[in-house]
Design a protein around this ligand. Structure first.
Ligand code: MN
Length: 478
C-alpha cells in the first residue's frame, strides 16, 4: 500500500468564485510540487478546498478512515474561520502537519493591491487556524516557509517518515516467546496501556510453539540458508552443526512471524525449552531483515525497534537493539553489545560467524555474528513505563572506532561517546530512569524522536550537547 498525506486547503465562501478558483489552482500546484519532491517517501493527495464545517468534517472523516492516509497537511491560503474546524479536527485520527506557506515567495511590490492581499493571507488565516489547533490540544507539527524551500521540504519529509512509522505502530504485532526475565523491572511494562497508546498488540507464546515450528524445517531449507551465509559471512572451520541449528531457528522464526503477521518479537534465555541454543545468529539475521527485537522479554524495546526501523526506511545507516554494557572511563567510551543479539547492520566490515559457550542459561554453545561497529553520529532511545505514563529517553551519541582490538570478546559490539560528556550524559540517563536496553540508530536523529514523541503525546527526556543536570531536574519534577 502506497502511503499518502492529504493536502487540505482551508478557505471560506466570503471571497467569491474567482478567488476560490485561484485558491484551488494554487493549492493544486503546491500539492503537485510536494508530491513530486517527496515521491520516494510518500505521495501527496490534493483535496478540494474546504469552505465550511461540513466540508471540513467530511475530509477529516475521510482521512481518518483511509488506511493509506498516514497524515494530513493543512494550509490556510486565505482566512478560514476556525470555529468551522472544530468538528473536523476533533475526529481527525491522523498525525497533523500545519504548513505555513504562501503560493508566492516574495511580495509583488509593483502590483500588490487589496485583491492580492485577500487571496494571499496565510499570515493571517494560519494564525486563526493555529489558535484552534492549539486550543484543542491536538499534537501537531508546524512548518514555516516558502513551500519550495529545501528546509520546508525536509521538514515535510521527516513528518511523512514519522507519520508512516506511527501508522505502522498502530498495526504492529509483537510475539513474546516466554515472558519478561524474572525480577527485572525496567524491561517490563503495561501492555494494555502500550496497546491503547501505540497500538502494539503484544501477546505471549510458549517457546514450545516456536520449537515445534523450528522442528518442522527441512534439511534442504537449512542447506539453502547455509549457502546464503557462506556468500555474505566468514564461516567458522568447526562447529558447523551449531551454525545449522541457528539457520534452522532463522527459517522457523521467519515462518512463525510471517504467518502471524508479527513485526517484532522477544525471547529469554530463561525459557528455551525445546531449543538447544539461545537464538543468536538467527536473531541477528531477523533484525537485519527489519524485525524489532528485545532480549529477556523486553517487549517495549522490541516494538520500538520495529517502529524506529520503519521510520529509518530509505535512509542510510543502521538501526537496532543495543545494550549499554561496560565503560572505558578514561576515554569516556561506552561499549554496547549484548550476549549475542547485535544487528549486523552495525558491522563495519564483513561479519564472522563464530561458535562459543555463552556462560549463562546452560544451553549449547550458540553461533553468532561477530564484528566491530560502524562510526558516525547516532541516537540511543529507550522507553520506560513510569507507572502513570510512558517516558522516552533519547541521547545523542557519537559512534567511534574501537581503539584497540578485543581478540577475546566473542560478540559483536559498537562503541560510542555520550553527549555532552560521559559523567553528565550517563547521570542524566540514570536520573531519567533510562534502561540498559535501547534502540540505537545512525539513521535517525533527535529531531525524529522529538517529532514521534510529540505526535504520540509521549514524555521525552532529551540528552544532548546542551544537557545540564540542573535543568534536567526541573524537567523531571514536572
Ligand atoms: Mn539484555
Amino acid at each position: 500500500m502506497a502511503e499518502k498525506l492529504y493536502f487540505i486547503t482551508g478557505s471560506q465562501d466570503l471571497y467569491g468564485e474567482k478567488t476560490l478558483e485561484e485558491v484551488a489552482a494554487d493549492s493544486r500546484e503546491i500539492a503537485a510540487y510536494l508530491d513530486q519532491k517527496l515521491k520516494d517517501t510518500v505521495s501527496i493527495e490534493w483535496k478540494p478546498t474546504v469552505r465550511n464545517s461540513e466540508e471540513i468534517l467530511r475530509v477529516c472523516r475521510e482521512a481518518s478512515a483511509d488506511d493509506a492516509c498516514v497524515g494530513v497537511i493543512t494550509w490556510m491560503h486565505t482566512f478560514s474561520p476556525a470555529k468551522m474546524w472544530i468538528k473536523g479536527l476533533q475526529i481527525l485520527s491522523k498525525p497533523l502537519m500545519h504548513l505555513h506557506t504562501q503560493a508566492n515567495e516574495r511580495l509583488p511590490y509593483d502590483t500588490i493591491d487589496m485583491d492580492f492581499m485577500n487571496l494571499n493571507q496565510s499570515a493571517h488565516g494560519d494564525r486563526e487556524y493555529g489558535f484552534i489547533v492549539s486550543r484543542l490540544g491536538i499534537p501537531h507539527e508546524v512548518a514555516v516557509g516558502f513551500y519550495r524551500d529545501e528546509d520546508v521540504l525536509s521538514q515535510l519529509r521527516r513528518f511523512a517518515q514519522v507519520a508512516k512509522a506511527i501508522a505502522y505502530s498502530k498495526n504492529l504485532k509483537v510475539a513474546m516467546f516466554g515472558s519478561n526475565m524474572r525480577e527485572v523491572a525496567v524491561t517490563d511494562g503495561d501492555r494494555v496501556e502500550s496497546q491503547i497508546r501505540y497500538g502494539w498488540e503484544v501477546n505471549y507464546y510458549g517457546i514450545g510453539d516456536l520449537a515445534a515450528r523450528i522442528d518442522s524445517i527441512s534439511e534442504k531449507e537449512v542447506d539453502e540458508k547455509i549457502a546464503e551465509y557462506r556468500r555474505i559471512y566468514d564461516m567458522p572451520t568447526k562447529g558447523l552443526d551449531a551454525v545449522r541449528e541457528q539457520a534452522r531457528y532463522e527459517v522457523g522464526l521467519s515462518r512463525f512471524l510471517t504467518e502471524g503477521g508479527f513485526g517484532a518479537y522477544t525471547d529469554t534465555f530463561q525459557d528455551l525449552h525445546g531449543l538447544k541454543q539461545l537464538p543468536g545468529l538467527a536473531t541477528q539475521r531477523m533484525m537485519a531483515n527489519g524485525y524489532g527485537f528485545g532480549a529477556e522479554g523486553d517487549y517495549k524495546t522490541a516494538a520500538l525497534g520495529a517502529v524506529l526501523g520503519r521510520m529509518a526506511e530509505g535512509r542510510n545507516g543502521a538501526t537496532g537493539f543495543m545494550e549499554d554494557y561496560t565503560y572505558d572511563f578514561a576515554d569516556e567510551l561506552v561499549l554496547g553489545a549484548h550476549m549475542l543479539e547485535v544487528s549486523p547492520s552495525f558491522a563495519a566490515s564483513k561479519p564472522k560467524i563464530e561458535v562459543h559457550q555463552l556462560g549463562i542459561g546452560g544451553k549449547d554453545a550458540p553461533a553468532r555474528l561477530v564484528f566491530d561497529g560502524v562510526k558516525g553520529a547516532g541516537v540511543a532511545v529507550c522507553m520506560t513505563d513510569m507507572g502513570d505514563r510512558f517516558r522516552l529517553i533519547a541521547a545523542e551519541i557519537e559512534l567511534v572506532e574501537q581503539p584497540k582490538p578485543m581478540p577475546k570478546l566473542p560478540v559483536a559490539r559498537i562503541m560510542w561517546k555520550i553527549k555532552p560528556d560521559l559523567k553528565t550524559g550517563a547521570a542524566a540517563w540514570l536520573y531519567a530512569g533510562g534502561g540498559h536496553h535501547t534502540v540505537v540508530s545512525t539513521a535517525l536523529s533527535l529531531e525524529d524522536i522529538r517529532l514521534f514523541a510529540k505526535l504520540t503525546k509521549t514524555e521525552l527526556v532529551e540528552i544532548d550537547e546542551a544537557t545540564d543536570l540542573k535543568t534536567l531536574h526541573v524537567q523531571l519534577k514536572r
